[in-house]
Each structure stands twice: as structure tokens, then as C-alpha cells.
Write a protein that binds this ligand. Structure first.
Ligand SMILES: Cc1ncc(COP(=O)(O)O)c(C=O)c1O
Length: 354
């Protein structure tokens, strides 16, 4: 039996994507070879990369003023690459959680960082709202979805400087105007594919604005000029991302995903608010559609709840080790029937314990 996968990441992928990926491991498109054992320079692999880039642009309604790169080193490498390439003097950052803090730490290696707002005073349980993005900085960086705490920004700040965003855990989950951004990055392993590939969407005009000499592997320009093949790329991870993007596109794209994610979030959060046994941990206005965090009203009952989740075939619900409690991650590929199964367990738990 396939479990209901609420893992925060690597997260759930569509079943048909996994089936196609498994087949490609044995015989890639009838080539007589596994996708794992062929050169990345082959025509059929270059086609995969081209298709993945084209799908990213189509799904986010971006034109050819953007390049799409598939890099390695995870989103964590982007925390350093963004400032290495573009922080000349000073950049503005928003501090909304662990990942934002890590990005700030790396940026400080390269220049001055102005943390224009933070929600650390309340353990990142809300999103800062009253801040102005200064105009005298090289760029403004923020995290759209705080995977660990379960807050999500779905309306984005205005800025006169380039906007750069870590969208690792909510890319393609709702519609937004991507053309307002100069750079977006996302580790693939939540809404896109397996770990191993990190997508970077970058405005082409930025490629010539690298502020310092860098090792080749850290330069966006070098990766862009080499069409993501400066070194041996993670072909399989990009292939699975391409399949997931194709799945999304065939089903109706980001608008479809948004509707589905809204329905899942509505179902889950209305139960959370109704049920006497559970308490949400973030401000309602800032709740994430992707990661829903909660604790139990009586923490001594955690083990009993975990046992019921297990019996219902529900997996991946433990909160991050730094916050505890529970976290239901409801990425694009999760079907609403999984959320229904979770809500059933919550209701049964209440009947037994209220
Ligand atoms: C929002 C966000 N940014 C960055 C990261 C780090 O990604 P990686 O492990 O790919 O470096 C994560 C991982 O969960 C994340 O959720």
C-alpha cells in the first residue's frame, strides 16, 4: 500500500512521474540504455533540459528575457551564490526563519546585510508586514514559504531594487507575477522533483552584472553560457523535474495547482480550528498552504496520535527537529484524499480523547 506522504522534503511526487522515471532507469525512451548511463551531451538529454526550461517559463508565464538553470548544491548553495554574484556593497534581507537566516549568514560573507524586518521575536510564527525595501541596496532577498515554521507569503512586496527569492518549498503552488523577480531559486525536492537539482530563474540582464571574480562553479554567467552543462549535471534529477512539470502543465498548470492547494489547505485548517485536540502554531493570516504546523493541546498524547497516524498509513508528519509538534506538508502532488484521511484521523482522535 502506498502511504499518504506528508513529508516536508524530499516530498511527494506524482505516481505517473515515478512510473515514467522508473521505466527510464531501465530503458530511456526506447534507446536501449538507462537514463543513468548516458552522456549528458546526447541529443535526447539536451532535449530534456530544453523542455524543462521551456515548461518552467510556460508555467510561470515568463518570456525569453529569463534563463532557467539547473544547478547543484541545493538551495543552500544559492544562499551564497546570490550574494557572491550580486552583493557589491549592501543588500536587504527579510528574516522569517531558519532558511532566511542561513541566507543572511552567507550574504554577510560578501558585504553588508540590512535585515529590514524579522519575526524571530515570536519564533517565526508570523510574517513581518510593516517594512519598506530600501532603494540604496543591490537587491532584496526573502523566502516565500518558511518550510519549517509553516508561514507563506503569497502577495509579494514591491521594491525598486531587484527582487531575489528562495521559493524552494512553494514554487508552482500558486499564481504570482514571476516577471517582478530578477532571480528565483528552488531546490527541486518539494514541488518539482528529487533532490540533486536546484532550479534558478534569472533575468538575463543580470548575467553581465556579476560584481566580483568568482570560481567558475559559482558564476551564474558561466552556468548560463554553458546551458547548465558547465560540469556533468544531475541528469536524472532534471529528467524527473521535467516529468513533474509536464504533469503539472497537462493538468492545468499553476492555476490548477493553486485551486487544489487552496482546497487542501481549507479542509485541513478548518479541521485544525474546529478540533479541540490540536492547536495551530502560526498566525492565521500567514498560514502556509504547503506546510501546516500544529501541536497537541495535551502534548502527553503525542505518541497515541502518532500511532493512529501510522495505522492510517499516514507518513512524514513529524515537525522539524527545531520546532517539534507536527507538520502536514501538502505539496502539489498530494491528493486531497490524503488530507481527507488525515482529517479522519484527527476526528477519530478527538472522539476517543475529548
Ligand atoms: C525554503 C528552503 N530553503 C532552502 C532549503 C535548503 O535546501 P537544500 O537542502 O536543497 O540546500 C530548504 C530545505 O528544506 C527550504 O525549505
Amino acid at each position: 500500500m502506498k502511504l499518504h506522504n506528508f513529508s516536508a522534503g524530499p516530498g511527494i511526487l506524482p505516481k505517473e512521474v515515478l512510473e515514467k522515471a522508473a521505466q527510464a532507469c531501465l530503458d530511456f525512451n526506447g534507446s536501449g540504455l538507462s537514463i543513468l548511463e548516458v552522456s549528458h551531451r546526447g541529443k535526447n538529454i539536451i532535449e530534456v533540459f530544453d523542455k524543462a526550461s521551456a515548461l518552467v517559463k510556460k508555467l510561470l508565464k515568463l518570456d525569453d528575457s529569463y534563463d532557467v538553470l539547473f544547478l547543484q548544491g541545493g538551495a543552500s548553495t544559492q544562499f551564497a551564490m546570490v550574494p557572491a554574484n550580486f552583493l557589491g556593497k549592501k543588500a536587504a534581507y527579510l528574516n522569517t526563519g531558519v532558511w532566511a537566516k542561513k541566507a543572511i549568514k552567507e550574504a554577510r560573507l560578501y558585504g553588508e546585510v540590512d535585515v529590514i524586518a524579522s519575526s524571530e521575536d515570536k519564533n517565526f510564527s508570523y510574517l513581518p508586514k510593516t517594512f519598506d525595501v530600501p532603494s540604496n541596496v543591490d537587491y532584496f532577498h526573502f523566502t516565500s514559504n518558511n518550510t519549517i515554521y509553516g508561514t507563506q507569503m503569497r502577495n509579494f512586496p514591491e521594491a525598486s531594487v531587484p527582487l531575489m527569492c528562495d521559493m524552494s518549498s512553494d514554487i508552482f503552488s500558486h499564481e504570482f507575477d514571476a516577471s517582478k523577480f530578477s532571480l528565483i531559486y528552488a531546490g527541486a525536492q518539494k514541488n518539482m522533483g528529487p533532490a540533486g537539482s536546484t532550479m534558478v530563474i534569472i533575468k538575463k540582464e543580470l548575467l553581465d552584472k556579476q560584481v566580483r571574480t568568482l570560481p567558475s562553479m559559482q558564476s551564474y554567467k558561466i552556468h548560463a553560457d554553458a546551458e547548465s552543462m558547465f560540469n556533468t549535471p544531475p541528469v536524472f534529477a532534471v529528467y524527473v523535474s521535467m516529468l513533474t512539470l509536464e504533469w503539472l502543465d497537462n493538468n492545468g498548470g499553476v492555476a490548477w495547482a493553486e485551486k487544489r492547494n487552496q482546497a487542501k489547505a481549507d479542509l485541513f485548517y478548518s479541521e485544525l480550528d474546529r478540533n479541540s485536540q490540536f492547536v495551530g502554531t502560526v498566525d492565521k493570516a500567514d498560514r502556509s498552504f504547503m506546510n501546516a504546523n500544529f501541536i497537541m493541546s495535551d502534548s502527553s498524547k503525542e505518541e497515541a496520535f502518532k500511532q493512529m497516524l501510522k495505522e492510517a498509513g499516514i507518513s512524514g508528519m513529524n515537525g522539524h527537529r527545531s520546532v517539534g509538534g507536527f507538520r502536514a506538508s501538502m505539496y502539489n502532488a498530494l491528493d486531497i484524499t490524503s488530507v481527507e484521511a488525515l482529517v479522519d484521523v484527527m476526528q477519530n482522535f478527538e472522539k476517543l480523547n475529548a
